[in-house]
Design a protein around this ligand. Structure first.
Ligand code: GLY
Length: 325
């Protein structure tokens, strides 16, 4: 593929290896859920990589990955979302296309199985960047997106956590900090186009109508073919204060590698506003990173027929993508 360096307009020809990098949320994953979370992220990553290998775009790949994670009860997105203070599911999602800088988002949406697909429809079919609540619902109906029963998005686990947080003396903020969620993906396709997608049920016991970082361009994600793509996870209010996704890319613009830029941005969020989180990052050459400041983040990446995955800091397993699941 041909890359144009915007600083001196000298075309560079480089080898491009398509890549998809996925996270299933930063925080603390209870022991009895970690295996299922890991296998869910690995299988969604394989699906995203298959899209790329079949000639699909980076946008097709990240939407496929995030849809699969939304359909799993083991993640805080789609079915499995945490509940707001009224015991209801309200979800945020966003996509961004690194070629056009077009983006689409939905916030505080209910009764939708795959908010990420609705976010893509906002990008593709409207002249807006974000639709919220009732307006998003009307748009979904007009596009033939089926309404699903609220109960189909609520798991026993999310109901249990909600109830626990209503107990006298509980501290929902502290509890949430240890058990965050959110799912997301970034990808570079064979043409060098990048995309990001992020989806979440938000914060446990959040106020009704609360919109988090995930729906906000630059916070929940960012993609620009000239710089890279990032999807974030963690404490939404902290992420918004530092526009975490864009901050990672700022450091890459300054010449930092994907790993260093991700670490610098996360460290700044920690020291400046006390926020924890994680990111998955790619650059135009297909270098990638999965970094986090929380105790755990379930992540996986697929490139050059190899699956990479891990859960704790420093953990990095690999497997051939030809190997059986
Ligand atoms: N990062 C997800 C949220 O706080 O809503």
């Amino acid at each position: 593929m041909l890359l144009i360096n915007p600083n001196n307009w000298t075309p560079q020809v480089i080898d491009m290896f398509p890549v998809v990098v996925v996270h299933g949320g930063a925080g603390h994953i209870p022991e009895d859920r970690s295996e299922k979370s890991m296998s869910g992220v690995c299988s969604a990553t394989r699906a995203g990589y298959a899209v790329l290998c079949g000639g699909g775009s980076s946008m097709d790949a990240v939407v496929e990955v995030v849809s699969q994670l939304e359909n799993s009860p083991f993640f805080n997105a789609g079915c499995g979302s945490v509940l707001n203070v009224r015991g209801e599911v309200e979800m945020d999602a966003m996509v961004m296309d690194g070629k056009t800088l077009g983006s689409g988002a939905v916030s505080a949406v209910r009764n939708i199985a795959n908010p990420i697909q609705l976010a893509r429809l906002v990008m593709d079919k409207t002249s807006h960047a974000c639709l919220t609540a009732e307006g998003a619902k009307k748009f979904a109906l007009s596009e033939g997106v089926p309404e699903v029963p609220h109960e189909s998005l609520v798991t026993e686990y999310s109901r249990m956590r909600w109830t626990k947080n209503l107990a006298p003396g509980s501290n929902p903020v502290e509890y949430q900090m240890g058990k965050m969620g959110t799912v997301g993906a970034v990808a570079v396709d064979a043409e060098g186009n990048m995309a990001c997608a992020t989806s979440t049920g938000g914060m446990l016991n959040k106020m009704e109508g609360r919109v988090g970082d995930t729906a906000c361009v630059g916070s929940g994600g960012y993609a620009d073919n000239l710089m890279g793509a990032v999807s974030t996870t963690g404490h939404g209010e902290a992420i918004m204060k530092v526009t975490l996704a864009r901050l990672v890319l700022f450091h890459m613009e300054q010449g930092q590698s994907v790993e260093a830029a991700s670490d610098l941005a996360l460290a700044y969020m920690g020291s400046r506003v006390g926020g924890m989180g994680g990111v998955v990052t790619v650059d135009p050459q297909g270098h990638w990173a999965a970094r986090f400041s929380s105790r755990q983040m379930v992540w996986a990446a697929a490139q050059k027929d190899t699956l990479h995955y891990g859960l704790y800091t420093g953990e990095h397993f690999t497997q051939s993508l030809g190997a059986p699941l």
